[in-house]
Design a protein around this ligand. Structure first.
Ligand code: NAD
Ligand code: MG
Length: 403
């Protein structure tokens, strides 16, 4: 092991981003794994531990810990097993750790993401929900601790790559002459589905993304385009942009990952095959570049690249995301909570696809926006939004099911 070895904790290592991160690390032995974490997939976590020999492993419950410890005792591995939020916070903040990959899905990633930032780590931010919930607080914490927040979401990573090299105090690139940024969106599996069929699409259809292979929650978010709504909010926070400076374009080929328009009329875009190993490698090595293992882009083998404006009547979740970005304060956290509950209910077969935005809009209208909420207020509102969403779903279940 050389002095250049950097220690990394991968929060959510058994997920899609977690697996891609390990695959980049396979190509780059200068990274050493400190911690791996999973909610309940102990078999995969154990396989990963055998290969990467982390110092600690974190699981989501006492039952998972018992199961995992049984597997460990049958091996010669010496790994400390921790449980739940306290374990995730330890993995994110231990002084041995240099880099934290935040790849847990949803608000469950919030506290560990915050812990990585307050303890001054390089944070590779895949868990967009934590930034959406607490954008201003997360940025303030990074300013105080000196943490680097590097976006892993492919669009924001693309924008980061297209920004000038000069850095501000948050290690973000200077954004003074930016006219606007354009977030590209594939449009998901239902871009051209007749509108009247959307009410009856199944979770399996919603999760069959045409370009990316991802976890189920973000796949549904891509199908509703709430994913782009969350990314709109993410872009405003990450790059200090006004909503009027962020635009969304449908680009079904997913080759241009986003672009930056400058005041002189120049537009700089980042292109690559749709492969999350590329933004992950960039985040790990920035400001250098390392091998990601991704295939080279062959533009001659591509279908023509197309761009068009999104249809907000087809994708009401995108409109809801943009509205929450405009309102700021606690609005994005409430949006996020209602969306998480609605997506889970859709995946469980409890509501239809087109009911997702109805629930979110109803919850948003019932919870007034706090302009500068503390973390405690955000967490309260998150709970309240979840409670209301669940109430709406259970009350109206019969009515919806019979339509
Ligand atoms: P996934 O469902 O494949 O994996 C989620 C991981 O988080 C798993 O390791 C799971 O064990 C863990 N986890 C889930 N709930 C947990 C909980 N309550 N406590 C602790 N751990 C928990 O999800 P993914 O597709 O890898 O996405 C992860 C994050 O990255 C999401 O925020 C998503 O929006 C973002 N993201 C993903 C992609 C992608 O290509 N998959 C692209 C951009 C951004
Ligand atoms: Mg994205």
């Amino acid at each position: 092991m050389t002095n250049n070895t950097r220690k990394i904790s991968i929060l959510g290592s058994t997920g899609s981003i977690g697996g891609s991160t390990l695959s980049v690390i396979d190509e780059n032995p200068q990274y050493d794994i400190y911690a791996l974490t999973a909610l309940k997939n102990v078999d995969l976590l154990f396989q990963q531990c055998k290969k990467y020999k982390p110092k600690i492993a974190v699981v989501g419950s006492d039952e998972a810990a018992v199961e995992f410890t049984t597997l460990l005792t049958s091996s010669d591995l010496n790994i400390t097993v921790l449980v739940g939020e306290a374990g995730l916070i330890e993995a994110a903040s231990n002084s041995e750790v240099d880099i934290v990959m935040a790849a847990i899905v949803g608000a469950a990633g919030l506290e560990s993401t915050l812990a990585a930032v307050t303890s001054g780590k390089r944070l590779l931010l895949a868990n967009k929900e934590s930034l959406v919930m607490t954008g201003d607080l997360l940025k303030q914490a990074a300013l105080q601790s000196g943490a680097e927040i590097l976006p892993i979401d492919s669009e924001h990573n693309a924008i980061f790559q297209c920004l000038p090299v000069a850095l501000d105090s948050l290690n973000r690139r200077e954004n003074s002459f930016i006219r606007k940024v354009v977030l590209t969106a594939s449009g998901g599996p239902f871009l051209n589905t007749p509108l009247e069929q959307l009410a009856s699409v199944t979770p399996e259809q919603a999760c069959r993304h045409p370009k990316w292979s991802m976890g189920r929650k973000i796949s549904v978010d891509s199908a509703t385009m709430m994913n782009k709504g969350l990314e709109f909010i993410e872009a405003c926070y990450l790059f200090d942009l006004d909503c009027s400076q962020v635009e969304v374009l449908i680009h079904p080929q997913s080759i241009v990952h986003s672009m930056v328009h400058y005041g002189d009329g120049s537009v700089i875009a980042q292109m690559a095959n749709p492969d999350m190993r590329i933004p992950i490698a960039y985040g790990l090595a920035w400001p250098q570049r390392i091998n990601s293992g991704a295939a080279a882009l062959d533009l001659t083998a591509q279908e023509p690249l197309q761009f068009s404006a999104p249809d907000l009547s087809r994708f009401p979740c995108l409109r809801l995301g943009i509205e929450a970005a405009q309102e700021r304060g606690s609005a994005p956290a409430v949006l996020n909570a209602a969306n998480e509950v609605a997506v889970e209910a859709f995946l469980a077969g409890e509501i239809g696809f087109t009911e997702i935005p109805l629930i979110i809009e109803a919850v948003r209208s019932k919870i007034p926006c706090e302009a500068t909420p503390s973390l405690a207020i955000i967490q309260d509102l998150d709970r309240e939004a979840r409670r209301l969403s669940n109430e709406l779903i259970s009350k109206e279940l019969f009515q919806w099911a019979s339509v």
